[in-house]
Design a protein around this ligand. Structure first.
Ligand SMILES: O=c1ccn([C@@H]2O[C@H](COP(=O)(O)O)[C@@H](O)[C@H]2O)c(=O)[nH]1
Length: 239
């Protein structure tokens, strides 16, 4: 019923965010609210978007001691968001605490995923922080850890999707930012792929921000990208 696109609603102000949200259909995308807009607008804004029928991915990437992360995850579950996340590099005790905190929500729990290696990072960035393996090797290690902790999926680059699908199974959600239509500015992203290739590789959800939000007409930019995707490969009827 829904498209695989999650729009990263990274607008600098709430008015611009509403200007976009009011012009798009919940069948055409889910919405990801990250640190910038959440810090501006807070939980009430999230509730208003959900009232309009949008699934919300609250992308706050929690990374802290297990107790703190578990309590923060409970607050996101109480908000009723569709998806939420932690950093896998917080380790297995932290991820397990987050997962356990959702136990009492049963089927109403948000999808809980873990960020592996940020799509803005390449080998040199990893070396700087003492990680001397490739982004694929490090992301694989963290994705396996996340799966073993019972998480529902990971955030990774679309470049890692084929390998992860084989190793981690069909049901493990692969959520991929770093999506750039051919010929567009990569900005600060490093491990990128086009929407069509990411979908063909097997990404469950394509997270797309600036190619939509910074376009002259963001709602039209979303439609243009949707039209390039293969509707038969998703849950949806969006073309
Ligand atoms: O590894 C990651 C994890 C999260 N993100 C977030 O996705 C969007 C991408 O926005 P673009 O404008 O399409 O680059 C943004 O909100 C990031 O915080 C990511 O890019 N990579």
């Amino acid at each position: 019923m829904l498209s695989p696109i999650i729009v990263a609603v990274d607008f600098a102000d709430v008015k611009s965010a509403w200007n976009f949200i009011d012009r798009v259909d919940p069948n055409d995308c889910r919405l990801k609210i990250g640190k910038e807009l959440f810090t501006h607008a807070g939980p009430d804004f999230i509730k208003q978007i959900m009232k309009k029928g949008f699934d919300v991915f609250l992308d706050l990437k929690f990374h802290d001691i297990p107790n703190t992360v578990a309590k923060a995850i409970v607050v996101t579950a109480d908000l009723g968001v569709w998806m939420t996340n932690v950093h896998a590099s917080g380790g297995s005790r932290m991820m397990s605490a987050a997962k356990d905190a959702l136990y009492s929500y049963g089927k109403d729990a948000p999808i809980l995923i873990a960020v592996t290696v940020l799509t803005s990072m390449e080998s040199t960035d990893l070396q700087e922080i003492g990680i001397n393996v490739s982004p694929l090797e490090q992301a694989t290690r963290l994705a396996i850890l996340a799966k073993n902790c019972g998480l529902d999926g990971v955030v990774c680059s679309a470049k890692e999707v084929q390998s992860f699908r084989t190793r981690l199974g069909a049901d493990f959600k692969l959520v991929t930012p770093g999506i750039r239509p051919a010929g567009t500015n990569p900005d600060d992203q490093r491990r990128i792929m086009t929407p069509q290739r990411a979908q063909a590789a097997g990404s469950d959800y394509l997270v797309i921000g600036r190619p939509i939000t910074q376009a002259e007409d963001p709602a039209k930019a979303l439609q243009t990208i949707l039209a390039t995707l293969d509707a038969s490969k998703s849950e949806s009827h969006y073309v």
